[in-house]
Ligand binder design. Structure first.
Ligand code: TRP
Ligand code: ZN
Length: 866
């Protein structure tokens, strides 16, 4: 690493973990809410932590104005103890050894809190975000997840709705009190106060507890809550049926907030959501939005057990709750909708985000061992790969073993702050399996590449696999991992000769034999994407097309088409080859096969994205040219459109959905296929049909899908203007308007479109959703963002510098658009290096962004890229 990129901020290491010397028996908080001067009074009963040597009282605290401090009722003069911008320390010799009551009154400024962490204001309401380390901006506290306590909270405010964690216990004019009986870490604390309305619901648990459900929103949004409520009820029911987990309070509240750094937050009994993931109606939300809302509601609800009742010992264990909860929400969505379609969707996301991360300068293990800013580790690796690792575990121990292990986990660790070692131990005990080698999935970064060789001789077929993982930053040595390889064998006539079985690969090179075969079989390897690896295999010609037509595993059927399309595109882009006829024929056969689920057909028609192709070219040892990639992909799309053209019009008409709108897999699948076909047709008719469909659209899926087709065809200005007028004032829809323009602009126009939109009166850049729509729309336009003159890089750098001063967390996350910069040609690398250097040199750059940019720039020391 170069000297000027060395982090100025210090790292926290897993190896340095020490238990806290004190435990907390009870917390009582009083909030006197005022926009600029909120007073927070805390009374905290500390006792010695059994088994841990006594120590100083170290409390975290940032940006707190001290009004008074006291121990056991005696005032403590802050001048006599160490108070720093990060917290305070009371030496052990000033503390009663058998415990004491700490009291503090501090003043904070919610209105001035633009970082959206701690207590802040959004649209006139007070709200909180404490994960990971936001509670320290509310009061002095041991802000670490292994310190758990019951909380009692009193809120004083004239606002009509006053909410906190747990159950409501008392209220009067201008105040309310809440009590949360379940010990919790501070990151799960929440408070909301505002002029809100509730969409009510109810749930009776399996053991008969009546739970009052409420979704709280601003009055204008009250008619867009029904779907979120239905989703919540389905989630509660599913967790009882599938995991045996019941809810444990009398109320469950969800609040929708407009200004929010991430998707949603699982605070005990009081989930807080980005309003984007709550509010939905057929006219304003796409099918994708409905599915995501259902999944995120489930995710946060499922955290009540996997995260809250059992939490993390420290933030290195983040995947303990996030990987598991993502895995659970994926299972839920698969059950509610189509399991194969969900799997394909998840793998596409995994590859686009996690593989990209794992192959670049930001690669880190599912359980990292060091961080500078923990907010930078809420990553695709921790979440999505963390979920994949659990899927592999389940595949290895079987469904019953998994269930026994989970029962033991809940039983043994309820109320604990646990570790990955605890998690693996319950699997070892419940199933008798040694997981020492499996643990490498948690500790070793990087995506393994799986090579395959086959041999056939006299009825015996042998598959030999090799595994190999490239070095990642800070980890050169990659010993072999356990890789579950789900395999099926097909006869050349398309019948299955060997139904799916799971091979367990544990060595660097390993062979598996299959005897008694009548003919050389066609292998279907890694069915269901049984492990998060890259399959490096150049199959015999025709094999992918054969599997696209015949594989009985829907995932691998899709995968065959996808891999074939990727290969064809790489040769089209790199060698100017023509679109391969067997690909076109295979896609045509799937697209027109009415026996297949329309959603599946839509997925098969989706060509690999441009970023995916850039990675494929890079892997093949070539320098990706973004313009050539765009042009090549466009040529293939046109060829496919022409091939299908005699039938496109009729298919699009047939797929129109009549009757009442339902946001289910069935209708959504039809609309998805219809829009995929419309995108093809637009390449032939210049958007004529898209304009007609747009004018008549009754759903947001079709309105937005057809508008995107128009933009890609280089038209759509009047429709964009009308769309804006119609939806002015609806934040979620206007966000979409900001997103699709740079995203679906022709590459050569993309930066100019983004620059123009950045001057639009509605571009409220301090709002994370709006910022992500516009800036993320540009960075999602591969050839547009990677414009040869560097304009995309400069635009992003300018906005990151500006946002960082207000909201470091969101700025740092968006800097990942640069993580692939070393893939490209010397000119682009030079432009990116300059933009990154400019960010790194910005005065007052946050720790968040400094860490990210430092790691991203370090890749430049190795010009071949990582
Ligand atoms: N724990 C949240 C989840 O369910 C994510 C989260 C972490 C978060 N930090 C946040 C949400 C900050 C909002 C703001 O995945
Ligand atoms: Zn989560």
């Amino acid at each position: 690493m170069q000297a000027d990129t060395a982090p100025a901020h210090s790292a926290t290491r897993l190896a340095d973990y020490r238990p806290y010397p004190w435990k907390i028996e009870q917390v009582a908080l009083t909030f006197r809410l005022a926009a600029k001067t909120t007073r927070v009074l805390s009374t905290i009963r500390f006792a010695p932590n059994p088994g841990v040597a006594a120590g100083d009282l170290v409390l975290d605290g940032e940006r707190l104005g001290i009004v008074s401090l006291a121990i056991d009722g005696a005032a403590l003069d802050p001048a006599t103890i160490a108070v720093t911008p990060a917290g305070l320390t009371v030496p052990a010799d000033r503390l009663p050894a058998d415990g004491f009551v700490w009291q503090a009154e501090v003043e904070i400024d919610p209105a001035g809190n633009t970082a959206l962490e701690g207590l802040y204001m959004s649209g006139g309401m007070f709200c909180t975000q404490c994960e990971a380390e936001g509670f320290r901006k509310i009061t002095y506290y041991p802000d670490r997840p292994d310190v758990m306590a019951p909380f009692r909270v009193r809120i004083e405010s004239d606002l009509p709705v006053l909410l906190s964690n747990g159950n409501p216990v008392a209220a009067g004019p201008g105040w309310a009190e809440w009590e949360d009986p379940w010990p919790k870490p501070a990151y799960l604390f929440a408070l909301v106060a505002g002029d809100l309305k509730a969409h009510p619901g109810a749930f009776t648990t399996a053991s008969g507890r009546e739970v009052a459900l409420n979704i709280w929103v601003r009055p204008a949004d009250i008619d867009r809550c029904a779907w979120a409520m239905e989703s919540l009820i389905r989630s509660m029911d599913w967790d009882e049926r599938v995991y045996g987990r019941e809810y444990d309070l009398d109320v469950f509240n969800i609040v929708a907030v407009d200004d929010f750094n991430m998707g949603a937050m699982e605070n005990k009994g009081l989930n807080i959501f980005n309003s984007k993931w709550v509010l939905a109606s057929p006219e304003t939300a796409t099918d994708m939005d409905f599915e995501r809302i259902e999944g995120i509601i489930a995710h946060e609800y499922f955290h009540n057990w996997t995260g809250n009742r059992i939490t993390c010992r420290d933030w290195f264990q983040l995947c303990l709750k996030e990987g598991l909860t993502v895995f659970r929400d994926q299972q839920f969505t698969a059950d509610m909708r189509s399991a194969p379609v969900k799997r394909i969707d998840d793998v596409m996301t995994l590859r686009a985000r996690q593989f990209r991360e794992d192959m670049g300068p930001l690669a880190h293990p599912v359980r990292p061992d060091s961080y500078i800013e923990i907010n930078n580790f809420y990553t695709a690796t921790v979440y999505e790969k963390g979920a994949e690792v659990i899927g592999m575990l389940k595949r290895l121990v079987g469904d019953e073993g998994y269930r026994r292990a989970l029962d033991l986990y809940f039983d043994r660790h309820d109320g604990d702050a646990a570790t990955i070692e605890d998690w693996l131990a319950v699997f070892e005990e419940a199933t008798g399996r040694d997981l020492a080698q499996f643990k490498r999935w948690y500790t070793d970064a990087g995506t393994p590449r799986l090579g395959v060789q086959e041999a056939y001789d006299a009825g015996t077929y042998t598959l030999t696999f090799t595994q190999n993982t490239k070095p990642t930053p800070g980890q050169d040595d990659k010993p072999p991992r356990v890789i579950p390889i789900a395999l099926g064998l097909l006869n050349p006539n398309g019948d299955e000769v060997l139904p799916t079985r799971v091979l367990e690969m544990t060595e660097a090179t390993q062979s598996f034999r299959f005897d008694g075969l009548a003919a050389r079989p066609v292998p279907s390897i890694l069915r269901g994407f049984s492990a998060p690896v890259v399959l490096d295999r150049a199959p015999p010609p025709g094999e992918r097309a054969f599997l696209l037509a015949h594989d009985t595993d829907p995932f691998n059927r899709w995968e065959a088409g996808r891999a074939l399309a990727r290969e064809v595109l790489v040769t089209m882009i790199a060698e100017g080859a023509a679109p391969a006829p067997d690909l076109l024929a295979g896609l045509e056969a799937v697209a027109t096969d009415a026996t297949l689920d329309p959603a599946f057909r839509a997925l098969c028609l989706r060509l690999p994205g441009e970023d995916d192709l850039a990675q494929a070219l890079h892997d093949a040892g070539r320098t990706p040219d973004p313009d050539a990639i765009h042009a090549g992909r466009e040529r293939l799309a046109r060829a496919l459109a022409e091939r299908l053209s005699p039938r496109l019009g009729a298919m699009i008409a047939d797929l129109a959905v009549g009757g009442d709108f339902r946001p289910d897999a069935d209708q959504g699948g039809r609309r998805a296929l219809r829009m995929a076909l419309l995108a093809l047709l637009s390449r032939i008719d210049g958007g004529a049909e898209a304009a007609r469909i747009h004018a008549a659209a009754a759903t947001m899926t079709e309105s937005l899908g057809s508008l995107g087709c128009l933009l890609e065809a280089g038209r759509g200005a009047p429709e964009l203007a009308a769309f804006h007028d119609r939806w002015a004032g609806n934040r979620q829809v206007i966000d979409k308007w900001f997103l699709i323009q740079p995203l679906q602009a022709r590459p050569e126009a993309a930066v100019a479109v983004a620059e123009r939109l950045a001057r639009h009166a509605d571009f409220d850049w301090k709002n994370p959703n709006r910022f992500r729509s516009l800036i993320g729309g540009l960075t999602g336009n591969h050839a547009g963002f990677h414009a040869a003159d560097g304009a995309g890089y400069r635009f992003l750098a300018d906005w990151l510098i500006r946002l960082d001063a207000l909201n470091p967390q969101t700025a740092a996350r968006m800097s990942t658009a640069f993580e692939t910069w070393t893939r490209y040609d010397a000119d682009r690398r030079g432009q990116a290096a300059e933009a990154l250097a400019r960010i790194a040199a910005a005065p007052g750059l946050s720790r968040d962004t400094a860490e990210m940019v430092g790691r991203i720039r370090a890749a430049g020391a190795d010009p071949a890229g990582t």
